[in-house]
Design a protein around this ligand. Structure first.
Ligand SMILES: Cc1cc2nc3c(=O)[nH]c(=O)nc-3n(C[C@H](O)[C@H](O)[C@H](O)COP(=O)(O)O)c2cc1C
Length: 201
């Protein structure tokens, strides 16, 4: 069996494991924000205990908000929601208030949720694991609203249909991120336990 190495052609194969392109929202201490992720997946087999997991890079502003409030909204997107992906995924909330331009409503937990999406899951963090450059959050789904749209934005649809100009920006940002994520990635701290929420949304 061929050994997986990040510096050869195995990496694109590893990328097949990626998941839908989703929008993540959160809020802490009165600050709201949102980002794009392709690392969210179902994390429970028990239908009445719906859970998801999410891998968020530590330098992302949204990471701090989720870590502090223990709340996030996870949104499946329609296949035409390109502008939202660029808006939330190619710029940081450290530079501007991204949600000011996006219609939202407050969920039962106080977490902001997008009103225009294929489906919205409101989640409360019940555990987290340090992953060096990122944190894995385990979220319990406490609220759901679906639009009935089934053709959601998947990673493969995203890659196949991404316009060339945006592909250049996306790949350049990804390459830049490697400079600060690569050293962090090796610093996994198994003893780092999530202390629970420290801020209201
Ligand atoms: C298609 C796509 C997928 C992404 N997937 C992830 C991901 O899984 N995890 C992550 O931390 N960032 C991911 N990002 C990057 C963040 O969305 C991006 O860094 C964003 O600007 C962070 O915003 P913030 O600093 O306001 O939180 C993705 C971006 C795009 C466009």
């Amino acid at each position: 069996m061929k050994q997986l190495r990040i510096d050869d052609t195995s990496y694109p194969v590893l990328r097949q494991l990626t998941l839908p392109v989703v929008a993540i929202t959160s809020a802490a201490g009165g600050v709201r924000n949102g980002m794009i992720a392709n690392s969210a997946q179902r994390a429970s087999l028990v239908p009445e205990i719906a859970r998801v997991s999410l891998y968020v890079s530590k330098p992302n502003y949204t990471h701090d908000l989720v870590y502090r409030s223990g709340l996030f909204g996870l949104h499946l997107l329609r296949r035409d929601q390109w502008e939202l992906i660029w808006h939330l995924g190619l710029q940081s909330g450290r530079e501007l208030d991204k949600l000011a331009a996006v219609p939202t409503r407050g969920g039962a937990t106080g977490c902001p949720l997008l009103t225009d999406c294929a489906a919205a899951f409101e989640c409360r963090v019940i555990n987290a694991m340090d992953a060096g450059a990122a944190t894995f959050f385990l979220g319990e789904v406490v609220g759901f609203e679906g639009s009935g749209v089934t053709e959601v934005m998947t990673s493969s649809y995203f890659r196949r249909h991404m316009p060339a100009d945006k592909k250049r920006v996306y790949e350049a940002r990804l390459a830049d991120a490697m400079d600060y994520l690569a050293p962090l990635a090796r610093q996994v701290d198994p003893a780092r336990h999530w202390p629970g929420p420290s801020a209201e949304p």
